[in-house]
Design a protein around this ligand. Structure first.
Ligand code: PEP
Ligand code: MG
Length: 406
């Protein structure tokens, strides 16, 4: 289903009797389109259907650059039911399973058994391939059941790992379910919103307690589950060298990293144009994380929405990222980028982007080189299609399936 969000007062202005075209790729709603616009969109829909077929054929192709660098593509899974689709899209595992669906909007907390079944479902959909499951990233504006304090600024508030460490029983219930689900495949546990090593050590301590509780009950579980952290704050990015000895992998959450680095609320429609992942500060932080990870032979993935967009995926490959976790729908699209570029050219483009003074300049550097590789392919086009004019509402749409615009 195409979707566009952030259309401001569109629903107030429209009566419901207009004809509209909803363009989820460009993020626009065209009101009472002209016959020529309708014709153009019909043609475009036919071209996209053909493109989709071509892309689906890529699901079994290798994810390797022209100069032989492998880029692992995994999928982001928000609900267990999405696992089958993600697996069929050619994803080599799950790079981020968000678990808040278990908590948000419910009247009771899920018990260990319910969680175990949900995790096991996803793990089994992916056979023996890696499934990175993130512990609860709730709190702040998404509190679980109970009378918990609310913060005036939820994004800087009591949430994610902070809440889990303060609510050890809630956290250990999840950890026990994860340790048990890990018996069925390659589960990896990931902690969100880490800003200091202390949090990692406390989380590991609680994981050990959870394991002992399973021992006491005689319940089987996996003992060597790899642990990783999300690097999604400037604090974690700048001090990532302090974390590397105690984790098995890093995953960069660019949705939050951009928000916290630029002080731009990721959910604000008013600020959408200021949410610029190619800002020099963001690129510099990503480069630093990748370099520190490489020096310690740690896998560094990117699981924010940035990785799902062709131009940005190109930038990330150039920055040295070799694992991208993207929306299931975007797996073939990103694979096409991987297979169509050389890592050397991507590195040159990323260096030029890093030296740029603004996000716009960086985008120009990347786009120029990517267009050399792909020509004027429709999926690389920027901004509004030239044939769009007249009565439109602009928002954001496309492949963005995350909570970025919830
Ligand atoms: C991120 O912050 O980039 C991320 C992947 O996590 P979420 O979008 O769930 O905050
Ligand atoms: Mg995040």
């Amino acid at each position: 289903m195409p979707a566009v969000v952030g259309l401001r007062d569109a629903t107030e202005q429209l009566t419901g009797n207009e004809h509209v075209i909803l363009d989820g790729t460009s993020g626009i709603l065209i009101v009472d389109p002209t016959p020529s616009q309708i014709k153009t969109y019909r043609e475009r829909r036919a071209i996209e259907a053909l493109e989709d077929q071509e892309l689906q054929a890529l699901s079994v192709a290798d994810s390797v650059t022209l100069d032989g660098h492998w880029v692992t593509l995994r999928a982001n899974v928000d609900l267990p039911e999405e696992a089958g689709f993600a697996a069929r899209s050619g994803a080599e595992g799950v790079g981020l399973m968000r678990t808040k669906f278990l908590v948000v909007g419910r009247a009771t907390m899920p018990d260990e058994e319910e969680q175990y079944r949900a995790y096991r479902h996803v793990v089994e959909a992916f056979g023996g391939r890696p499934v990175v499951i993130r512990t609860f990233d709730v709190g702040g504006d998404k509190l679980p059941i109970g009378s918990y304090p609310t913060d005036p600024n939820p994004f800087l508030g009591w949430r994610a790992i902070r809440m889990c460490l303060d609510e050890p029983e809630l956290f250990k219930t999840q950890l026990r379910a994860l340790l048990r689900a890990a018996m069925h495949g390659d589960v990896r546990i990931m902690f969100p919103l880490i800003i200091t090593l202390d949090e990692v050590l406390q989380a590991k301590h609680l994981l050990n307690e959870a394991a002992r509780e399973l021992d006491a009950r005689g319940v089987p579980y996996r003992h060597d589950v790899p642990l990783g952290v999300m690097v999604e704050t400037p604090a974690a990015a700048l001090s990532v060298h302090t974390l590397v000895d105690d984790v098995s992998f890093l995953s960069i959450g660019t949705n939050d990293l951009v928000q916290y680095t630029l002080a731009v609320d990721r959910g604000s429609a008013n600020l959408a144009s200021r949410f610029t992942p190619l800002h020099p500060a963001v690129l510099t932080l990503i480069k630093r994380i990748v370099d520190v990870g490489a020096a310690h032979r740690l896998e560094v993935a990117v699981c924010g929405e940035m990785a799902s967009q062709p131009l940005m995926a190109f930038a990330l490959i150039g920055l040295g990222v070799r694992c991208l976790s993207v929306a299931g729908r975007a797996v073939p699209l990103v694979k096409r980028i991987v297979r169509g570029v050389s890592a050397a050219v991507a590195a040159e483009a990323a260096n030029a982007a890093l030296e740029s003074r603004t996000a716009r300049e960086a985008e120009g550097e990347l786009r120029r080189r990517l267009m050399t590789a792909f020509g004027d392919a429709p999926f690389l086009r920027d901004g509004l299609p030239s044939f769009v004019e007249g009565n439109i509402f602009e928002g954001s749409g496309g492949l963005n399936t995350s909570s970025a615009h919830e």
